[in-house]
Design a protein around this ligand. Sequence first.
Ligand SMILES: Cc1cc2nc3c(=O)[nH]c(=O)nc-3n(C[C@H](O)[C@H](O)[C@H](O)COP(=O)(O)OP(=O)(O)OC[C@H]3O[C@@H](n4cnc5c(N)ncnc54)[C@H](O)[C@@H]3O)c2cc1C
Length: 455
Amino acid sequence: MEALLQRLSEALGPQAVLRGEAVRERPVSRLVQTGCEAGALVRPASTEELALVMRLCHEAGQPVVPRAGMTGLVGGTMVGPGEIALSLERMNRIEEIDPVSQTMTVQAGTPLQVIQEAADAHGLLFPLDLGARGSATIGGNIATNAGGNKVLRYGMTREMVLGLEAVLPDGQVVSSMFKVLKNNTGLDLKQLFIGTEGTLGVVTRAILRLQPRPRTRQTVLAAFPSFEAVATVLERMRAGSGGSLSSYEIMWRDYYLLITAPGRRPAPLSQEHPFYALIECEGSDEAADDARFQAVIEPCLDEGLILDAVVAQSEAERTDLWRIRDDVHYLKTLDPLFVYDVSLPLPAMARYVTELRQALERRWGRATLIAYGHLGDGNLHIAVSCGDKSAKAEVEALVYEPLKAFRGSVSAEHGIGLDKKAYLGVTRTEAEIALMRAVKRAIDPTNILNPGKIC
Ligand SMILES: Cc1cc2nc3c(=O)[nH]c(=O)nc-3n(C[C@H](O)[C@H](O)[C@H](O)COP(=O)(O)OP(=O)(O)OC[C@H]3O[C@@H](n4cnc5c(N)ncnc54)[C@H](O)[C@@H]3O)c2cc1C
């Protein structure tokens, strides 16, 4: 590795190749803020420099692990002493905002929040949004096909990328930098790099699809008597909101109790209800959107589908309601804690959670199960605390195995990385996994790019 690093340092300049302490002070993972074990951290400043890095690493058989905001939740950035960590932190510029095409051209190291704010300043919206917006970068978002709070309305990151540039493991640059939505010219090559967690190429630049900035917004926190009522109101909101429904976030009572416990977030609704949901619509019809929203919510209240509700009257109140959904860090007060991100068809969700709770209680007597998630996307987040640190594998099996029968997924939006690799077979068939491996071999025959991740 020494000769290679020397060559890279000469070609890219010493500021591009960090060694020793400068690497150790970098995070190992989202939770461990120092102690990165990589042999070096390489920071190219352009696509051309990155292409050179990959070409030389390919020739030397040197493994490389891309890393960005380090907010990933599945160990996709784990790096060992024999590997080089690759960061695009010096490639962090917005290159262009095109209001006519409604696109933004960005370098992969640009933080998500910077992109959101730049779109907003031009009267536009980049609709990807998640709690880690300040640290996560667009390159990481693309590599993980991030989901977040508005998938229901705008889709996942995949739907927001029109064009992409990536560097292959051997240093070739593949440029699919198109601004057009329609482009049926064979394989949609950019998809090779979206959601594949840095195993097939390093994303360097992207053309993002922007949307008109919403002019109206209605946000309500509602309490429900049953899961069926939560699902019925979702159906009515979809049908009656004129396409403006953007978030429908379900919280089982245990989640609401945890977040609104004394000293944490104030509880805007009583804590006695079995289900809660944070519902948000974003539209552009200033004359009609409020009335349309009320026309769905009020009959639901009259019929007892919604037991109680609080509507945000200001941006500050909206932020407070969203913090009930976003302040997931209170989960850390449960120790030991295991967290999961799964998806399954909506009609199966309540049964899945009930049966999982029963299975946990059968095994450990008193186990805590906290469930919440993006209901409209079929996405559940599950947190389990059973008082036994060594029970990780056993809990994982209880969480993941039933998903097979429901045709669900062991990863809704966080990816596979290292942490979920053993369970990929719950969701994907042998033939699918074999095809994924064949694609990896074809693009990265010497297995130098993020080796060992996904499958
Ligand atoms: C508080 C919190 C809330 C979150 N909420 C959500 C949520 O709602 N929805 C959701 O989907 N995720 C969520 N996440 C997970 C995380 O934010 C996303 O996975 C994010 O997209 C990762 O971006 P990053 O820049 O931090 O990437 P990193 O964590 O640094 O890397 C993630 C993966 O991408 C690869 N990678 C990074 N950059 C590149 C590149 N340029 N080219 C190729 N591969 C690359 C890495 O090798 C790794 O496999 C949340 C995380 C936190 C901490």
